[in-house]
Write a new protein. Sequence first.
Length: 238
Amino acid sequence: MRISFDMDGVLADMDATLARLAEQEFGVTARTGVPQSTERDPAGAAGEEATDAPPPYDTALLNALSARQQSRLWQRVRDTRNFWETLEECEPGAVRRIQRLAHELRWDVLFVTQRPGTAGRTQQLQTQHWLKRRGFEYPAVYTTIGSRGAIAAALTLDAHIDDRLQNCVDVATESKAWPILVWRDAESFDRIGAGARNLGIAVVRTVAEALDRIEQADRASSQPEGPSLLDRLRRAFR
């Protein structure tokens, strides 16, 4: 199995970090979308119990930023030393599980990203350090601004996991790899999923679900007279 993983939105939680920076830069809370001065007291007006952990960031706020705010936010990213090493994992333990499966099932794993450069180390080195700290021993990281489909074709990949529909469309149309779309938004999942599947793209809610099905396909019978790997992947993602 030769498989590639996109980084941001699949393994690394870039949006939550950007939302936190937006909160710092623009004086609005990325958790409620209202000015910090009017944010409700942690204990709540109705007497709810306060918790140590803050509520999750509302990353939808990022879509409401003006062009000037977006530019300022990304300049903050570029000015932050080794920014890409500061992100949290979308699904804690996912990277370590990929490493374990790669060992057990002899996968060739590639991590693909389109990150802009920042102060400090190159984006490739930052990504490698991030992956190693989360349990992947020798990560192969490919930084690119090109089509994911062209990469999948050139590297003869069997599968590619991404959170962007367009990248999956490129993989479906430009290569023989099986594109897998990770779509975490519950409200639009059915609508996006139906359209994506019509284009030959598998759709899952989490990386864990994708790994479950890929593992199932790879552990299935691979006798010469049996179904091909691509056919087994199709069956696993029905």
